[in-house]
Design a protein around this ligand. Structure first.
Ligand SMILES: C[S@@+](CC[C@H](N)C(=O)[O-])C[C@H]1O[C@@H](n2cnc3c(N)ncnc32)[C@H](O)[C@@H]1O
Length: 283
């Protein structure tokens, strides 16, 4: 395991369960975003995202989900992404341990191969859960979107005690439309399942405050840490693949020119000296 830290942002290179159990305190995290391998055969730099049996995948997933619940503060929130076929299992598992407040559909326009003999997939499900439904962060005013119905047509809402025009803004519903990250978009990184910054912005703005700790247990290209930094949150990111960690280091502004002290690197059992570590940062 390797740890890199700068200005309240920690990046771990290591296995999710190992890092969670040895490095993250129980009851310490405000917001968890979990975007695991979907068990659909993607290639994460040589790691094959396919378990032999679905039951093995689920058992592995329940292990880290259980630990995540312990890591959340009492007023914390968890967002989980999964494939459409796996989400029902996660939903059943989590509704016994947390309160599921929304079942969100992230909808996007299709790209790539178009299905001809069945209905092609145009969405990914996101489960939004909180530990305590009477006490959680939800900054509704920070994520308002345009309310098209009524307001655009300048209708008067006569149901109100004093009739007035419809609101022109509203809290988003549970169908979110954000374009997928595609090659040559400004935010594109070389990762097969990179999530859009717009998606993470909504989640982080809604479910955390400035200074809060946002944990992404499958960081990939470290989109969550990148957005958390822009929004003045602290972040912790975990990723198994060195290639993707390098993307994260760059997105977080950790360059080979940073001073050794600033990086505050720690390597389990001291395998690497700070100098070696600096070399590791060469992109
Ligand atoms: C779906 S991707 C996450 C993408 C990310 N949200 C982004 O925006 O780039 C899942 C990531 O989990 C990583 N991963 C797979 N197994 C892991 C494990 N046991 N521990 C930590 N990370 C793992 C993969 O390398 C992959 O980058």
């Amino acid at each position: 395991m390797k740890i890199f830290e700068i200005d309240g942002h920690k990046l771990f290179l290591g296995d999710v369960l190992e890092v969670l159990s040895s490095e993250i305190k129980d009851n310490s995290i405000d917001l968890i975003f979990a975007d695991p391998p979907y068990n659909i055969g993607k290639d994460f730099n040589g790691f094959k995202d396919k378990w032999e049996f679905e039951s093995d995948y689920l058992e592995w997933s329940y292990n880290w989900l259980k630990v995540c619940v312990n890591k959340l503060k009492d007023n914390g929130s968890l967002y989980l992404m999964a494939s459409t076929q796996s989400m029902p299992y996660f939903d059943l598992y989590l509704r016994d341990r947390l309160t599921v407040l929304s079942r969100i559909v992230w909808y996007y326009d299709s790209s790539g191969v178009q299905a001809k003999k069945y209905y092609g997939s145009l969405y990914e499900p996101i489960l939004y859960c909180v530990k305590d439904k009477r006490n959680y962060t939800f900054n509704s005013s920070h994520i308002l979107v345009e309310a098209k119905t009524g307001a655009v047509r300048k209708l008067i809402d006569y149901r109100k005690s004093t009739p007035s025009v419809y609101n022109s803004e509203k809290v988003p519903g549970n169908v979110w439309e954000f374009p997928r990250v595609r090659y040559r978009m400004p935010e594109y990184e070389e990762h097969p399942t990179q999530k859009p910054t717009s998606l993470l912005e909504r989640i982080i703005k809604a479910s955390s405050n400035e200074g809060d700790i946002v944990l992404d247990i499958f960081s990939g290209s470290f989109t969550t840490s990148f957005v958390a930094k822009q929004l003045k949150r602290k972040s912790i990111g975990i990723e198994l693949q060195e290639k993707y960690l390098q993307i994260g280091l760059r997105r977080l502004g950790i360059t080979p020119d940073d001073s050794e002290e600033e990086l505050m690197s720690e390597v389990n059992s001291g395998e690497l000296s700070p100098k070696q570590l600096k070399l590791n940062l060469q992109l």
